[in-house]
Ligand binder design. Structure first.
Ligand SMILES: Cc1ncc(COP(=O)(O)O)c(C=O)c1O
Length: 455
């Protein structure tokens, strides 16, 4: 009999609860501070931006939080996502390692992002929200919120980081197909956008600036709320369905991963796969290696400082303790727009500080090489962000080969790259280069971190 490749679950096995790692951590993550008073924020401080249910999830300490039945019904459109054994890649690498990947590119938008966009839109709908604003780097989150908005009849405006807006016109077309409005950021529509343009009319934009624009519009208009595609605790929470499914799928496969890998921008697809496995460990289970892979041009975990910082460039968001390159840091315009963020989500930063996970930084050409190798073996073209996880998985499999070890590797293939073919065209034309951040600019951005007594 041929060997099994896909491990699939029935729709009834979509998780019923989200998993909250805070319940199992040896110490709670540091509190979030008000940007003005620098005192801990209360739920009411966040009410202009988010509906109360999402704020309560943000500060929740219970282990399991129920997924509303209507949200699970929508998840049936693409979940459970498959766990796939990359047998052809294993053969190509001639490695004794077993490589599995959890494939999140099967969602309507093509990545893990709808896992949070749908519940965020649903909780907003319950609270009576009619308009949402957001940012997008890769275009994946913007497309996902646009899709979720169309399900619940919510108007969505997306501020898309300029270099990504210019690189990927079809992402904008997708957002418009779902009925959203997509604006290149920085724009002239907001004070933060105009300030960024004044400072540098040729700026490639950044997630930090796009977040400022979206938050500003929500803060100034009582009928508009804001949605964030990563970083915050409730987004990490929503993504934990990935790892919960993977645990069941590994039981089906009769296997258990030794190494868990995911790329990390704000940290949500990483947390989504890793946190449920870390939960098993924290509750007495065995230890696994867990690796967050980030771009060498924007290495917030491996090079950033663990400090309180703003989530955006214009300093409109609360202060979060996270690994940060400084909120004024504008990463160079490389091709993984979803990883061009100055900070790492506070929960991912906290588990890194606790020594529960490792961080690795990769250059973009090496990532594209791995993405092409993977596509030719397994057929799926990874999103540029996801190629970081592919790179690391291949490197780990090659390490196993060198050491003669038959370890089991699992990585999160967070999205497909069908809207990113421009980047692949540049790669094949030899136009893609490894871009590097300016060390002086990074030092300057870090020197501008806000002073916070609680540190
Ligand atoms: C395909 C894909 N993977 C990963 C990411 C990184 O985001 P996060 O770290 O929140 O998962 C993005 C962000 O846009 C993305 O589009």
């Amino acid at each position: 009999m041929s060997a099994q490749v896909k491990y699939t679950l029935d729709e009834t096995q979509i998780p019923k609860d989200w998993y909250n790692i805070v319940a199992d951590l040896p110490s709670p993550p540091p509190t979030v501070l008000h940007p003005g008073t620098k005192q801990p924020v209360g739920p009411s401080d966040l009410e202009p931006l988010f509906p109360m249910e999402l704020i309560l999830q943000e500060v929740a300490t219970e282990r399991a939080i129920e997924i509303p039945e209507p949200v699970r019904d929508i998840f049936r459109l693409w979940r459970p996502s498959p766990l796939i054994r990359a047998r052809r890649l294993e053969k190509l690498l001639d490695t004794p390692a077993k490589i599995y990947f959890k494939y999140e590119g099967v969602s309507p938008a093509g990545s893990h992002k709808p896992n949070s966009a749908v519940p965020q839109a649903w909780f907003n709908k319950q609270a009576g929200t009619k308009k949402l604003t957001t940012e997008t780097g890769a275009g994946q989150w913007g497309s996902s919120l646009a899709f979720a908005g169309s399900l619940f009849d919510i108007d969505v405006t997306v501020y898309q980081v300029r270099c990504s807006y210019d690189q990927k016109p079809y992402r904008r077309a997708l957002m418009e197909t779902y009925g959203a409005r997509c604006v290149s950021s920085p724009s002239t529509e907001t004070e933060s956008g105009r300030a960024a343009l004044k400072e540098n009319p040729d700026t490639p934009g950044s997630l930090g600036i796009a977040i400022s624009e979206a938050v500003e519009v929500a803060a100034k208009n009582p009928d508009v709320k804001y949605a964030l595609g990563s970083v915050l605790n409730h987004v990490m929470l929503h993504q934990t369905i990935i790892g919960q499914e993977a645990i069941k799928q590994f039981e089906l496969a009769g296997d258990d991963p030794d190494v868990i890998i995911a790329c990390a921008g704000g940290g949500s697809n990483f947390a989504g796969l890793a946190f449920p496995f870390l939960g098993l460990q924290l509750r007495g289970g065995r230890k696994r290696r867990v690796i967050a892979v980030e771009p060498a041009a924007c290495p917030s975990l491996s090079r950033g400082k663990y400090a309180y910082d703003y989530g955006d460039t214009a300093h409109l968001t609360p202060l979060m303790k996270m690994h940060t390159l400084g909120s004024t840091f504008i990463p160079p315009g490389f091709h993984s727009g979803g990883l061009r963020y100055h900070g790492m989500g506070p929960l991912v930063s906290h588990v890194y500080e606790l020594g529960l996970i490792e961080a690795r930084a990769c250059e973009q050409i090496a990532c594209f090489e791995a993405g092409v190798q993977f596509a030719r073996a397994e057929g799926i073209v990874p999103a540029p962000e996801s190629t970081h996880a592919v790179r690391c998985a291949i490197d780990e499999a090659l390490r196993c080969k060198a050491e003669g070890k038959a370890e089991t590797i699992c990585f999160n293939l967070s999205g497909h790259g069908h809207f990113d073919m421009g980047a692949y065209i540049n790669y094949f034309a030899g136009k893609l280069v490894d871009v590097h951040y300016d060390a002086g600019e990074l030092a300057m951005a870090l020197s501008l971190l806000p002073a916070v007594a609680a540190e």
